[in-house]
Write a protein that binds this ligand. Structure first.
Ligand SMILES: Cc1ncc(COP(=O)(O)O)c(C=O)c1O
Length: 387
């Protein structure tokens, strides 16, 4: 117990990945070469053009001042143009867009600015950890819905809505960790529900641009063109390999965007202006770069899938994200944390146990495709030897 942290922070459960992270660090300190397929931290570089623009603009004194909390107009306009081009959604750069410090911060502050204490939020389980915690940070209550299978998710959601008033539905497709994708019809049915039961849908669209075989993931906003019930978190982290730059957006419903814009204006002065300018270049001039990155992830994915199938894992098919989600063979089925710890110790390969993403993730592992093919091949060989 920390005597200075408040009840909220004290009551946060121990991060399930901590145990594995600590073991990973200790193994590295003892000189082991750990192949890290655990942490979804992109290894591919940001495009040179973006880096060069950052350097050029960082040299200008006028860019050293506080920037604009909601993001410079050119950056907000760039994302509006992208939405028009990719999803035929008309965003007003002033009222439907705010720049965020990546999707994670945007999501958390969005929930803090639209939820009241005790409001109910439906959250996918398994899911990226902040999806479990952002509603709690906002003092709301979560209702976890198993999302291993899309139609079952919809059925359960319908059942909940008949009985319970919810304020917000938090989703993310393409999904981390399950790699599930959805089509426009899926979003159409969510928007219909939002209209009927009057709630806000928030889609964390962090994997919008990592997809294969031309199967472009749809935007939630295309199902809600009047932007009555929807907000999407868009990010440059994965699609443009700009994780450390911390650039994302909340786009969509004007009231929700105004709420988070207001909260952020009290908290910060906006991202360093050269980063915003360089990000504008990424959005305006580098449409092809996400395809190049996706090709690399696809090749890595094929390599991992081939090996895992040989080892009798049941692999989730997917045309998107930078992950592979796989069900453990029967004999390991009950304990994904133990399995991941064993693999780390015996094979020097770090994986993510499915249970770290929520109770319905138990029995699965997630492999992040963030090492090159040679190292992935080595990792698979090591795992095979250990099993
Ligand atoms: C679903 C999801 N949302 C958000 C993030 C973080 O994105 P950002 O860097 O834009 O905050 C991740 C990163 O792994 C993620 O998987």
């Amino acid at each position: 117990m920390n005597k200075y942290s408040n009840e909220l922070i004290n009551n946060f459960p121990e991060y399930l990945f901590n145990e594995i992270n600590q073991k990973k660090i200790a193994a590295r300190h003892s000189g082991k070469d750990i192949i890290d397929l655990g942490y979804g931290n992109p290894d591919l570089p940001t495009h040179d053009k973006v880096v060069e623009k950052l350097i050029e603009t960082a040299k200008l004194k006028k860019n050293h001042k506080y920037s604009v909390s909601k993001g410079i107009f050119g950056l907000r306009e760039a994302i509006a143009i992208k939405y028009e081009k990719n999803y035929q959604v008309n965003l007003d750069a002033n009222s439907n867009v705010v720049n965020t410090i990546g999707s994670k911060e945007g999501l958390t502050h969005l929930l803090m600015s639209v939820l009241n204490p005790s409001d109910k939020v439906v959250v996918q389980d398994p899911s990226y950890p902040i999806h479990h915690f952002a509603p709690l940070i906002a003092r709301a209550e979560t209702i976890k819905v198993n999302c291993l299978e899309k139609s079952a998710f919809l059925t359960e959601l319908n059942d909940i809505l008949k009985k319970t008033k919810i304020k917000l539905l938090l989703i993310s497709f393409p999904h981390n960790p399950t790699t599930l994708t959805v089509d426009q019809i899926f979003y159409d049915s969510l928007v219909e529900l939002a209209e009927k039961y009057n709630f806000l849908i928030v889609n964390d669209f962090a994997y919008s641009d990592i997809y294969f075989e031309g199967n472009k993931p749809p935007s939630l906003l295309s199902s809600d063109k009047n932007l009555q019930h929807s907000v999407e978190l868009y990010s440059l982290t994965k699609g443009y390999s700009m994780a450390g730059w911390r650039v994302g957006f909340a786009v969509g419903n004007a009231d929700a965007v105004a709420a988070v814009t207001k909260l952020k204006s009290y908290i910060d002065y906006g991202t360093f202006q050269p980063i915003q300018i360089a990000s504008t270049v990424a959005l305006n001039e580098l449409d092809e770069y996400p395809f190049e990155l996706s090709t690399v992830y696809k090749e890595r994915r094929e390599l991992v899938v081939e090996h895992l199938k040989d080892l009798e894992f049941i692999v989730q098919e997917s045309d998107a994200t930078m992950f592979v989600w796989a069900k453990l063979p029967e004999k390991f089925h009950k304990d994904s944390l133990k399995f991941s710890l064993d693999i780390l110790e015996k094979s020097n390969v770090a994986l993510s146990p499915g249970v770290g993403f929520g109770k319905f993730g138990e029995g699965y592992i997630r492999i992040a495709l963030v090492e090159n093919k040679q190292r992935i091949r080595q990792a698979m060989k090591n795992i095979k030897a250990a099993l």
